[in-house]
Design a protein around this ligand. Sequence first.
Ligand code: URA
Length: 432
Amino acid sequence: MIPAAELIQRKRDGEELADNEIGELILGYARGEVPDYQMAAFCMAVYFRGLSSRETFALTDAMVRSGETLDLGAALGRKVVDKHSTGGVGDKTTLAVGPIVAACGVPFGKMSGRGLGHTGGTLDKLESIPGYRVSLTTDELVEQVRTVGMAIVGQTAALVPADLLLYGLRDVTATVDQLSLISASIMSKKIAAGAQAIVLDVKVGSGAFMKTIEDARLLAESMLSLGKQAGREVVCLLTDMDQPLGAAVGNGLEVLEALDTVRGRGPADFTELVLDACARLLALSDLGVDLGEGRAVAERAVADGSAEATWQRWIEAQGGTTDETAIERAPVVRPLVADRAGTVERLDAIRVGLAALHLGAGRRVKTDAIDHAVGVVCRRKRGDRVETGDVIAEIHARDEAKAEAGASEVAAAYSIGDKPVYAHPVLLEVIA
Ligand code: URA
């Protein structure tokens, strides 16, 4: 093997590395032969020098080869579709999309992750449902998708182990927010999990990795290119994360909002994104419908109760209770009222995300425990008119002191002014 120090030096000096060089480095790292300090230096060199599109694919491919792969499509004898979000505040989309898509007859077997920092993770949200099991064996996953239509589980350590190690390292070496590293990390997991068609939800704005539409486009294009090189169909949605998605931010609160949405009673922006993502997944599936028909089928599954029935079967199959009152509620719910009349000009997603994190809904470091009951419910969003004294948000807290601190943080997230504000749609752009 070429000495790692040589590869680090060449990348540091801006050279393009060969596919086999990147492959050896990554596989050597996954086997424990390349130490963390060399991989950290390599990531920092990549951070400053970037990777070409060929190098990014070589990295993705090596990451996939570092572990096992799953062929859910072959096991089910169906075309399998998947979705992924780059992460944001209040993003419970997977929880609502899964049962709707499954109710339409398209298998939905998804591996999800945990949250870190201000972004939430689907597994943490699901664990607010008493009894819900996030770890199923591959056989159990396949069987549940076959019989119930869907499953959402944690990613096994056997799938893309290089990403597990690399993500942990990037997290503590300030090398997470690098475009090629993010796209290789996301796409290696999607490719290894075996989906033939993938809808990627790339979040844009203060609560997202990508703060500008230009950066989000670059990430979308990079992931699209990786997917195509791996022979997968990919559609990227660029969606707004300047304000939280929907109203609820916090694990149990988000599960309840996702369930409301599956019942057709969700917040408008969240419902719109969920139905759009469902329509795109159905159009990519083997159902043989186009986007318009996919949307109509998804809306019907919500309206006729079949999506809700699928939700109940899915949660039960995974050991969770379908008794909504068993989802723990926070002991203190403090309303936050508007101190002036006007229009909500801004509701800063990152500030709401951090407020929820400080209330205990997220973790600062990987080993932190999560309080599933706490969080924030945003009753007014960008473009909404408010009168003095209107409740604009609710703070769900463990105690009064935390509620007080949370209320001032959330108050700082709201800008209420006199300008009329265009409440632009959640879906900003589609790249395919
Ligand atoms: N999500 C991932 O899975 N990986 C990244 O690098 C960033 C977001």
